[in-house]
Design a protein around this ligand. Structure first.
Ligand code: NDP
Ligand code: OXD
Length: 313
């Protein structure tokens, strides 16, 4: 059984060599190929994909499984020629959830404790005190209450932040005011001092972080986007920041990645930019997940975290 890595890899990405080493150490007899060096195409039975070149997957006649190299799968589903019958699984692990908790918690605290303003004051050598909202009045709203959103909610709740969550189907999570569906969307937004996006991008959620959504938040709300760049209407965020409707944003994902050098987000005083690193997963953790999935294919055990193609996540 040959496994093909079909991914757009940044030449400078230090993550991949370690990942490949871990895969080979975990399974020394693994027949691992890296696109475009794929050998005989009919030998490929598993694909590890991140932004795969369009049209390649449909040519793999004996393919049994597509494994997303991330938790999201939009970057695979955009291929219009993807065969319908091949299961796609995504990466879910305690480590990835923990990393996402760290990132979102850090961003919430930076905003609540006003560190962006303190950094500006430091640059002007000013010893000023800024009033800090108490955590108990700083409601965090999470879009998406799946694996990551619900884990983040539980951890933030233990720090005293009131929590709201929004999902497609109804949920009951202790300590979280749960809302669902578009009818409840604006009611959900109305009290969120911080809005965290942990949705998958689908035709329904694309562009959800837009002027209309921002206007339904309390004045001076903050945005944390760790979902996908396509959730955000970038021009609407800049307008929201100019008007003060949005006080600050922490963005890990972008419409175009890497973020172009000329992009206004880089130098905006109220935007924090990170390069899609909120929950990368270490090479050994990701390799373990993949080796487990390969073993399931080899032994016929049921796959975990299979994507529902109709829902798009
Ligand atoms: P899950 O599939 O576990 O959860 C998705 C959640 O989104 C569910 O609660 C789902 O609702 C909700 N949702 C989906 N569509 C809608 C809709 N139309 N309206 C309301 N709610 C909706 O995904 P994960 O939590 O594992 O990951 C979420 C996303 O985070 C990924 O798809 C990926 O894009 C992003 N991500 C980003 C990373 C980064 O490095 N920046 C790292 C990892 C993930 P319901 O429960 O009702 O189905
Ligand atoms: C993602 C990931 O889906 O990093 O973005 O897992």
């Amino acid at each position: 059984m040959a496994v093909l890595i079909l991914a757009e890899i940044e030449p400078t990405d230090p993550w991949f060599p370690g990942f490949i080493t871990q895969l080979k150490q975990g399974k020394p007899n693994l027949d691992l190929r890296v696109w475009p060096e794929c050998g005989k195409i009919e030998e490929i039975e598993i694909v590890l994909a991140w932004l795969p070149p369009l049209g390649v997957i449909q040519r793999l006649a004996n393919l049994k499984l597509i494994i997303s190299l991330g938790a999201g799968v939009d970057q695979i589903l955009i291929d219009p020629d993807l065969p319908d019958h091949i299961p796609i699984i995504r990466l879910v692990s305690e480590q990835k959830s923990r990393q996402m908790v760290e990132y979102v918690t850090l961003a919430v605290l930076l905003f609540q404790r006003r560190f962006i303003e303190y950094q500006a004051l430091q640059r002007s050598r000013r010893w000023d005190y800024l009033p800090v909202p108490d955590a108990s009045s700083f409601t965090v709203g999470i879009l998406g209450l799946g694996v990551l959103g619900s884990t983040v909610a539980k951890k933030l709740g233990s720090m005293g932040f009131p929590l709201r969550g929004w999902s497609r189907t109804p949920k009951a999570i202790v300590g979280v005011d749960c809302f669902h569906g578009w009818e409840q969307f604006k009611r959900f937004l109305s009290k969120c001092r911080v809005l965290v996006c942990l949705l998958p991008v689908t035709p329904e959620t694309e562009g959800i972080l837009c002027h209309e959504t921002f206007s339904a938040l309390p004045l001076g709300a903050y945005l944390i986007n760790v979902g996908r760049g396509k959730h955000l209407v970038e021009a609407d965020l800049l307008t929201g920041l100019d008007s003060g409707q949005i006080a600050g944003a922490c963005l890990d994902v972008f419409e175009t990645e890497p973020l172009p050098k000329s992009h206004p987000f880089w130098s905006h005083a109220h935007i924090i930019v990170t390069p899609h690193i909120s929950a990368v997963g270490s090479p050994d953790d990701v390799a373990d997940l993949i080796l487990d999935a390969i073993a399931r294919v080899e032994t016929g055990k049921p796959l975990e975290y299979v994507v529902d193609r109709n829902r798009g996540y």
